[in-house]
Design a binder for this molecule. Structure first.
Ligand code: ATP
Length: 250
């Protein structure tokens, strides 16, 4: 993995964020702060606005309010590096493009029909090795499982190492062992590079195990805190009902 060319990001502040679409208010009065070295999980029912909020942060959705990035002295950072793993990637599953070809094209190094240069191929190999999936390099992209594709997308989103990593339901369609491995890898990245991570997920027990902070959204923030605090709120119960604690947990 390439070294972290840090811009010294410390926190991300969302102030009075509102997103409207025609007559509908999709998000309103969102005030939040995310910190480096923390994995924040965004949860909420279907349609609560989680993806919309990620899109606003990514600049893909017009919004009112302010999204700002601060360094450790409180000074504003204009262009933080943001890595993104989308909820889904629509592409023709019959495409003959290999994982390496796709990654080279996504990195902007070459069109998919060009032969990849030796040094680019080596870098891609290293990126995949970092995610324990070097064996995928020559596989056809369309033949990957959901979990394998997510690891390839995570390898891309974290090279170069971002200041903020955004993951939108990165684990849907992945088995439990794959999910656990993915979360484990994400928290390793958080600890090694001290990046801020914002993750949308529906897996409440994995969130309890791995997230530092949980934000419950229903068009606006209806609860936030650590997982146990949020899971104990009335707001959480009204959305998800009661959640049994896992065996062995305090
Ligand atoms: N481009 C769009 N234009 C108009 N409305 C949209 C658009 N994208 C999403 N919406 C609507 O905004 C609301 C929030 O959608 P969003 O995808 O952000 O929810 P979500 O919390 O991510 O849901 P899920 O858990 O099902 O993925 C929904 O009612 C959805 O229909």
């Amino acid at each position: 993995m390439q070294t972290h060319n840090s811009c010294g990001l410390c926190s991300i502040t969302l102030k009075d964020i509102q997103v409207v679409s025609g007559q509908d208010t999709l998000l309103d009065n969102i005030n939040l702060q995310f910190h480096c070295g923390e994995l924040t999980a965004l949860i909420g029912k279907n349609g609560a606005g989680k993806t919309t909020l990620l899109k606003a942060i990514l600049g893909e959705r017009p919004y009112k309010g302010e999204i700002s990035y601060q360094d450790h002295h409180g000074a504003k950072i204009i262009q933080p590096k943001i890595g993104y793993v989308p909820q889904q990637m629509d592409f023709d599953r019959s495409t003959p493009v290999s994982v390496s070809d796709f990654m080279a094209a996504a990195r902007g190094k070459s069109p998919v029909w060009w032969k990849i240069g030796k040094s680019e191929k080596k870098q891609i190999q290293e990126m995949l090795e970092d995610m324990n999936c070097a064996y995928l390099a020559d596989r056809r992209l369309g033949a990957l499982s959901g979990g394998e594709l997510q690891r390839v997308l995570l390898a891309l989103a974290t090279n170069p190492v971002p200041d903020l990593l955004i993951l939108d339901e990165p684990v849907s369609g992945v088995d439990m062992a794959g999910l656990d491995l993915f979360y484990h890898r994400v928290t390793e990245l958080r600890d090694k590079y001290h990046m801020a991570i914002l993750l949308v997920s529906h897996d409440l027990s994995l969130i309890r195990r791995y997230a530092d902070k949980v934000v419950l959204l229903d068009k606006t923030v209806i609860a936030q805190g650590d997982a146990d605090e949020v899971y104990a709120t009335e707001a959480f119960r009204s959305v998800f009902g009661y959640l049994e604690k896992e065996e062995g947990e305090a």
